[in-house]
Ligand binder design. Structure first.
Ligand code: CU
Length: 177
């Protein structure tokens, strides 16, 4: 499902969550800045292994060329569920509200994911399925790949939007050069 649809569902189901975004960025609709798009394996110029711990990444920053396609091998070496998500700060902020809802509904439980809950129909065909192409959400010990073609430039971070993790410093810089 798209982020936009999910956001509507989140507001409808749990109004108090809307308050979380207040006081940060005024124009939360500014999703025009994109972080890139899903890439093809055949276009990937290299692989970067990203290890996730509680609550930080190794490496903490990556360098990419404008428009470069990179294959990320993401490994969760921590004790908690973690996310690797490539996006702008606004995208991360929006996604943190969705992840908060996943915790409130028991879809994320510390070190475990409840896949039945993530699949559950929340009404109107919406679910808490975590299937955005710019992101993986992993239990401890899991690993998964993302092939991503970066945009030409932009204010892009990789981040974990599990509630509290971004605030604890679980994000990293993407530098274009
Ligand atoms: Cu995390």
């Amino acid at each position: 499902m798209s982020l936009a649809k999910f956001a509507v569902a989140a507001v409808a189901i749990s109004m108090p969550l809307a308050a979380l975004g207040a006081g940060t960025h005024g124009g939360g609709h500014g999703h025009s800045a994109k972080s890139g798009e899903p890439g093809k394996a055949s276009d990937a110029s290299r692989s970067i292994t990203v290890e996730m711990y509680d609550n930080y990444y190794e490496p903490e920053k990556i360098e990419v060329k404008p428009g470069e396609t990179v294959r990320f091998v993401v490994q969760n070496k921590g004790q908690l569920v973690h996310e690797f998500n490539i996006g702008t700060p606004d995208m991360h902020e929006a996604h943190q509200k969705e992840m908060m809802m996943m915790v409130e509904h028991g879809a994320i439980q510390g070190g475990k994911l409840n896949h039945d809950m993530m699949e559950m129909d929340m009404g109107h065909g919406k679910s808490m399925k975590h299937d955005d192409p710019n992101s993986v959400l992993l239990e401890p010990g899991e690993s998964q790949e993302i092939i991503w073609t970066f945009s030409e430039k932009g204010n892009i971070e990789f981040a974990c939007n599990v509630p509290g993790h971004y605030q604890a410093g679980m994000y990293g810089e993407v530098n274009f050069n």
